[in-house]
Design a protein around this ligand. Sequence first.
Ligand code: DP6
Length: 399
Amino acid sequence: MAADRHTTTTAPAPAPPSAPATSPAPATVPGSATGPATASAAAQGVAAGRVCLGEPQLWAAAAGSGCAVAVAHPNIALIKYWGKRDEEWVLPAADSLSLTLDVFPTTTGVRLAPQAAGDRVLLGGQEATGPAQARVADFLHLVRELAGRREPAVVDSRNTVPTGAGLASSASGFAALAVAAAAAYGLAADPAALSRLARRGSGSACRSLFGGFAQWHAALDAGGGAAADRVSLAEPVPAAAGLEVALVIVVVNAGPKAVSSRAAMRRTVATSPLYRPWVASSVQDLTQMRAALAAGDLNAVGEITERNALGMHATMLAARPAVRYLAPASLTALDAVLALRERGLAAYATMDAGPNVKVLCAAGQASQVAAALREAVPQASVVVARPGPGARLVAGDGR
Ligand code: DP6
């Protein structure tokens, strides 16, 4: 699954519960805020639920043993989350706003294993060890505290996107894990509670609980700690009906990044003289973004998206030592985006903690934009994404 690579950090210590523990009654975990699971997602869920279900025909036999399979899609921030004000509770410095995609889902099965000595974690079919295993185990520990349970679990998680490459694998990964683990441990949770829970695994994951556009509230008024934890979650953001967008993803390098986003944002907050000014401008960007989405103004949405991302990268470049995720091919893609605009197309770039470039455009012009980017960056693989659904349970007994 999606645990981001910790190149310079250690897994966080188990955190205290963020909500009252519930009795181990069957969970109420709505699958999605946005619609039914697709047949293929469900099929993937059952496939990835190997550890949960054994063979599909054993599904009935597994009922009651505390297992669940969930699917979640990555989200890409148009207004970025970059920097925490509270590391332990994963509380951000400012609100962020994202688009959940319809590509690159993560499917995660969680099965309780009462006889096991500890949590076992399979990522992409491989046994995880070290910080990757510990990050998932810490998250399960949190779920257990909330659910008042003690049994270890087996987690089997499969990404369809390269992990740790700035393609939001930790968002889809922890969103799917939150939904599956809550159901397996019988933690009653609605999408808002699951968003809060997913946030504890990886901040950006809280937005993948919802389809389409979503805003993660920083809850600054609530301060920090447990009080802010209760209200720092994502919510869907309405957009004008006529605003039909696509995100063209230019994968210039699918390899894992050298510095994890967690470590990079920590360094940026601590050392970059540009960080505070960027946060202040990001607050304004978010207000203007909400208005642009409500008005269905694609050019305004795109301009705000691009300036917010470039500003975030500027803060990292000014960190000491600098964090630079953009590669020569990223800049080639940015030039191609400018050229598309000069030709009159609404195309705007955003980049995360990696060299890959995502281009926001009108859904009706996505194939034209993709073709131009394939030509400009021939070594890249280019994927067209549309708005996708929120995280959902696809199988499980929710015990
Ligand atoms: C650049 O959510 O991966 O993608 O909370 O430390 O796990 P942690 O960080 P993570 O950071 C994502 C940063 C980003 C911007 C964004 O998604 O908003």
